[in-house]
Each structure stands twice: as C-alpha cells, then as structure tokens.
Ligand binder design. Structure first.
Ligand code: ADP
Ligand code: MG
Length: 328
C-alpha cells in the first residue's frame, strides 16, 4: 500500500487517536470522512464558539507545545463554560510551519489532556502547512449542549443583582509579564503565575452549576473590567465594585503592592474565570470558589468603593465613565 502523505500521517499519528471507545456516544462518525456525523440530544440546544490562537499574538511561539495545545482548547471551552453548556465535540484547524514529530507529540498530549478533562471529543479538522516564516495558527471550534432556553447570556443582568467572580484574578496577567521578563517574582511565585497563564482551566462545572442561578454570565478573557463592560452594555445597567473584595491571585497578594495587584486583576486578561450576576446571596448560591465583588446598579456607570489610597482609576481601560470614591 502507498505510504500516507505527511498531512495524513500527522492526522493519523497525532489527532485521530481518541478511538471510538473514548468518543462520546453522540459521535456517529468521527475523524476520517468528509464530515463528522453527530447525533444531537433531543430537547437540547447547541452552543458553538470558535477561537483562533496565533503564535506571538495569543501565546508565545516558544511556549511548550503541550501548553500551546492545552491552552488553545481550554480558551475555546471557556466560552462554553460562560454559557453554562456541557461540552460535546471540537474541531481543530492547525496551520503548521514545520512538521516536527517531538513537537507534535507534545502538542497532541496537551490537546488530549485538556479534551479528557472536559470530556470532549475531537471530531475533525484541517491540517495545513504554511511557509516557515508564517506563524503557527490554531483554530478550535467547540460545540456544547444546553437545555433549551437556559443558556446564560450577557444581556440578562438585573438591577439589584449581586456581582460575582470565580477563582482569583491577575495571575495570568502576571504570568505573561513574567514570561516576557517584565516582572520578576521568586521562583515559586513565578511558577504559579506562569501556570495560570499557560494552563488556564475553563470553569465548566461552575458554569453548569450556575444554570437557573445566575442571570448574566461572561468568561474573563480580556480582563474583568473589559468583560464586565460587555455585560453592562448588553444588559443596559451599571455596576458598583468593592475593590476590597476582588480575589487576588495569591502570589500577587503576597509579593506585589496592592495597587499593582489590583491593576492586574482588573485590567489584565487571560484568567478565564467567570464573572456573573445573580439575585442570590453567596449562601443561597452555595458554590465554592465564588466571590461576591459588588452589585448591578441602575445608572450606566462603573463605580468603585474601598479603593486603596494609591489606586489610579485613570489607568483603567474600561470604556466606561467611572465614578470614583476618593479614599477618606
Ligand atoms: P477533506 O479534504 O475532505 O476536507 P481532509 O483531507 O482535510 O478532508 O481531512 C481528512 C480527515 O481528517 C477529515 O475527517 C478531517 O476532519 C480530519 N482532520 C484533518 N485535520 C485534522 C486535525 N488537525 N484534527 C482532527 N481531525 C483532522
Ligand atoms: Mg480539508
């Protein structure tokens, strides 16, 4: 038999490896034909999102291949988390500028580690070679399902809602700064923030637990204030944030001045935590790792209370008029 061309050899060796046994029961036909054939659940809606990650724009080209893949899939899955959807399938379009088996092996390991964690099946894709000078490009499309009419959107925040975030913030922003040698911490702290940047975790379980509990929800990819801004605009409301309640990533809290830590937590992206509004109190929500940071208000402004003395509101890029309570 004729040997496979490099493209098909790559697909077989590194991507078509999940096997029928591991794939979701909804996959009638996976990788290998002209289309995947899928069986959606009755009475459910599909949530679909696509994200392209380009080397040296969205991730460092010299990052470990495992992390590049892990991150590319998790970043896409984070959009499903924000809707409260259950992940089912994903596709991968990859443009490679080199075919290196060690790199591909590590990329494949990262990809399927993330896929296994989220219980999502690779159902197809496209593999192309681009000139060596072109950047590596990875496009992941994710598909999830949700009970009809239940998806958590950006437009459903209600005046009087409590405002929450999951996890802690600022770690990924600090990790990028460490990676780019703009910030130095001790080795242990650097390892924590680098992992936050290179290996984000989509908050899928929390997203699903928020169904019937949250009103509006978004994932924090561009920074808390920028992403909260999307909720406020879509819902035509404002917010008041208690800066004393922002959950800071531990290395930031321990090693950086409060003002610098807050700037990262509010303004830097890549944390992939969720920001949501809910009429429920923290006790009524009953969720771990969820922090109350403020409330939804009627006037279309972003207000801050409990700002530290040296907090510089003018450095924050929110696209919003802010009301700033001068510390007394
Ligand atoms: P076609 O020419 O019909 O578009 P391709 O030759 O591009 O098909 O791909 C062959 C099969 O391999 C298809 O089922 C496709 O979905 C799958 N595939 C290609 N690249 C990837 C990839 N990077 N990851 C997963 N599946 C892939
Ligand atoms: Mg093709």
């Amino acid at each position: 038999m004729k040997t496979l061309s490099p493209e098909f050899q790559i697909i077989q060796d590194y991507f078509d490896i999940q096997g029928a046994a591991q794939s979701h029961h909804s996959v009638a036909l996976g990788i290998g034909d002209d289309c995947a054939v899928l069986t959606p659940s009755a009475n459910k809606q599909l949530c679909i999102s696509v994200d392209t990650s380009i080397a040296d724009r969205h991730f460092p080209a010299d990052a470990p291949a495992f992390d590049i893949a892990y991150r590319a899939l998790n970043v896409a899955l984070s959009d499903l988390a924000a809707m409260g959807a259950t992940p089912l399938w994903f596709t991968l379009a990859i443009s490679l500028n080199a075919f290196e088996s060690e790199w591909l092996q590590s990329f494949s390991a990262g990809l399927f580690t993330a896929a296994h964690n989220a219980n999502v099946t690779l159902i197809g894709g496209d593999t192309t070679k681009v000139p060596t000078t072109a950047p590596l490009s990875i496009t992941v499309q994710v598909h999830g399902e949700i009970e009809t009419g239940k998806a958590l959107t950006r437009a459903a925040a209600q005046i009087g809602d409590n405002l929450y975030v999951t996890g802690n913030l600022g770690g990924a922003g600090a990790g990028l700064a460490v990676y780019q040698k703009r910030l130095q911490l001790n080795k242990g702290a650097e390892a924590v923030v680098l992992a936050a940047y290179l290996r984000p975790e989509p908050q899928l379980l929390t997203g699903m637990q928020l169904l019937n509990k949250a009103n509006a929800c978004i994932d924090i990819s561009d920074g808390l204030l920028a992403d909260l801004g999307h909720i406020l605009r879509a819902s035509n409301v404002g917010a008041c944030i208690d800066l004393g309640k922002i959950p800071l990533s531990a290395p930031l809290r321990q090693h950086l001045p409060t003002n610098q830590a807050l700037q990262l937590a509010l303004g830097a992206g890549d944390d992939y935590q969720l920001c949501f509004s809910s009429a429920l109190s923290p006790e009524e929500l009953g969720l771990e790792n969820v922090h109350l940071i403020g409330s939804i208000i009627e006037k279309n402004t972003l207000d801050f209370v409990n700002a530290p003395a040296d907090f510089d509101v003018n450095n924050l890029n929110t696209g919003f008029d802010h009301f700033y309570e001068t510390p007394v």
